[in-house]
Design a binder for this molecule. Structure first.
Ligand SMILES: [Zn+2]
Length: 507
């Protein structure tokens, strides 16, 4: 009997020591992965998101594993409501986000298309304010004829964005692993100061360079999910793609590559726990989607930054006669303001805004149109909707006008709207339908010789929208334009947001 115990003991001891040796060969690496974050404070009435909560999660992960990197896979400088206001006499334009990201302890970001919404000078300011690293493999700064890396410029020092990065991690036993990382962005936002290399070609080239120097390679991407899958097929040994641009969480495996994206605005984050075995060279990845909600306490330093900007926002809204926290509706069905939807199709949010405009008319109108580009939330909204949410949906505000025009011009305008599919000049409407090739205005076939009363944003009839240069008060086919009087604060047409708030309150 005793002998049995001894043998068993020996087996257990051997097993434990084996396990310990195995453990000594494992180098753990953790990624806290966010993407598409525009709001620093929690949304949905405080239920979802919030950078102060993200910072708490980061601290917990660092305690669990000092080899923790926090990355944001693009789209953070725009759009956001607060960015449209001024502070200390200067446009805010993403400054609130950079401050919150600095305080959170973001380590690395990839570029998203929305970073290039900023003009060159504002983007440079945000870059210079940031304390995190920017990885840019295929986007270059166009300076005159030259292509150079974007760079942080602080105190006369220039710190160019690396096009790839090698990290060395070690474990308690002193075993080390080298990880390569690169970052690509889609060229959907062409600007005179940006040059994009083909992102697939760049990924292949950069991967090849990194592979020869590293144990494994991961990527930060800001491309469509179908392209992420293609990338995984092109680079079957790429271990992990931490993606952005799509706003809904996803996790999939294409071959051996893990592709993940979290929900926009930090409603969720991905936590990727990697375990690299230095002996077998095997890499295990465990990806956990973590909800960022009320159960996570605020990290105090980030909470202070968020509070500061909330107060600035509050004051700016009060100045406009708006109350940020006023609940105006409780919605079961989400309103769809995602750019991929509202710039390509007629969504329930587009319908709602157009109907609200119709309701604000002083005399009955034949139809209402507006440019989908005035909707900037690039997200869905549901639950308790506040005046703040309306501001997030329509950050630019602006007047609504009643214009009379010939049917011929109206038909041209509607056709331009359709041709603008994919951009902000795609029109949303009320009392308009297309039946085969016939436009129906308020249920009746459009007559080119008739005159129509059309409700639209002032912006649209100033000829400022894509391909609408001809649509101005000076166009002979425009018979009249009625602009609301600034002094009449009860006239909802003075601010499209007030028209929407009033309409939603009525239910
Ligand atoms: Zn994007």
């Amino acid at each position: 009997m005793k002998k049995h115990f001894t043998i068993l003991g020996l087996i257990v001891a051997l097993f434990i020591s084996c396990k310990t040796t195995q453990q000594q060969n494992i180098v753990p690496i953790t990624f806290l992965h966010l993407n598409d974050v525009y709001e620093i404070a929690p949304l949905e009435g405080g239920k979802a998101g919030g950078m102060a909560r993200v910072a708490t999660v980061r601290k917990e992960l660092l305690t669990e594993n000092p080899n923790t990197l926090t990355v944001l896979a693009g789209d953070f400088l725009n759009p956001s409501l607060i960015a449209t206001f001024k502070y200390e006499g200067k446009s805010i334009k993403g400054r609130q986000m950079v401050e919150a990201m600095n305080a959170t302890g973001i380590d690395w970001v990839g570029l998203g298309n929305h970073e290039f919404d900023l003009d060159e000078a504002d983007l440079q300011k945000r870059i210079d304010e940031s304390t995190f690293g920017w990885l840019a493999s295929n986007a270059w700064h166009k300076v005159g004829e030259k292509l150079v890396p974007f760079a942080k410029q602080t105190r006369g020092q220039e710190e160019p964005f690396p096009s790839s990065k090698i990290f060395t991690f070690s474990n308690a036993a002193g075993k080390t692993v080298k990880m390569g990382m690169f970052s690509i962005v889609l060229p959907s936002n062409p600007k005179a100061y940006v040059h994009y290399d083909d992102f697939f070609a760049t990924a292949q080239k950069t991967y090849k360079e990194l592979q020869s120097q590293c144990d494994f390679v991961v990527a930060i991407t800001h491309i469509n999910k179908a392209d992420d899958a293609k990338l995984a097929q092109l680079l079957p040994d790429l271990k992990l793609i931490m993606g952005g641009h799509d706003h809904d969480n996803m996790l999939q495996k294409v071959g051996n590559t893990v592709i993940a994206k979290a929900d926009a605005n930090a409603k969720t984050v991905y936590i990727h726990r990697l375990a690299y075995n230095t002996q077998t060279k095997a890499l295990q990845i465990n990806s956990e989607l973590r909800k960022i909600n009320e159960q996570i306490a605020d990290e105090p330093a980030v909470a202070t930054v968020v509070q500061k900007w909330e107060e600035i926002l509050d004051a700016a809204m009060k100045k406009l006669g708006l109350d940020k926290n006023d609940v105006i509706a409780d919605l079961k069905t989400p309103l769809d303001g995602r750019e991929s939807m509202i710039r390509n199709s007629h969504t329930n949010l587009g319908d709602l805004i157009a109907q609200a405009m119709t309701a604000a008319a002083t005399k009955p109108v034949d139809c209402t149109i507006f440019n989908s580009g005035s909707v900037r939330i690039d997200d869905q909204v549901a639950g308790k909707i506040t005046q703040l949410d309306v501001m997030r949906i329509l950050p630019f505000g602006g007047k609504i006008v009643e214009a009379t025009m010939t049917g011929e011009l109206l038909a041209k305008v509607l056709a331009t709207g359709l041709a603008n599919k994919g951009n902000g000049g795609f029109l949303q409407w009320d009392k308009v339908a297309l039946q085969g090739n016939t436009w129906l205005i308020d249920g009746k076939a459009l007559e080119t010789t008739q005159t129509y009363r059309v409700m639209m944003p002032l912006f649209l009839i100033e000829g400022k929208e894509t391909n609408f240069g001809y649509l101005t008060a000076q166009n002979p086919a425009v018979k009249s334009v009625e602009i609301p009087d600034d002094k009449n604060t009860n006239d909802l047409r003075n601010d499209i947001r007030k028209a929407l708030i009033a309409f939603m309150k009525k239910g």
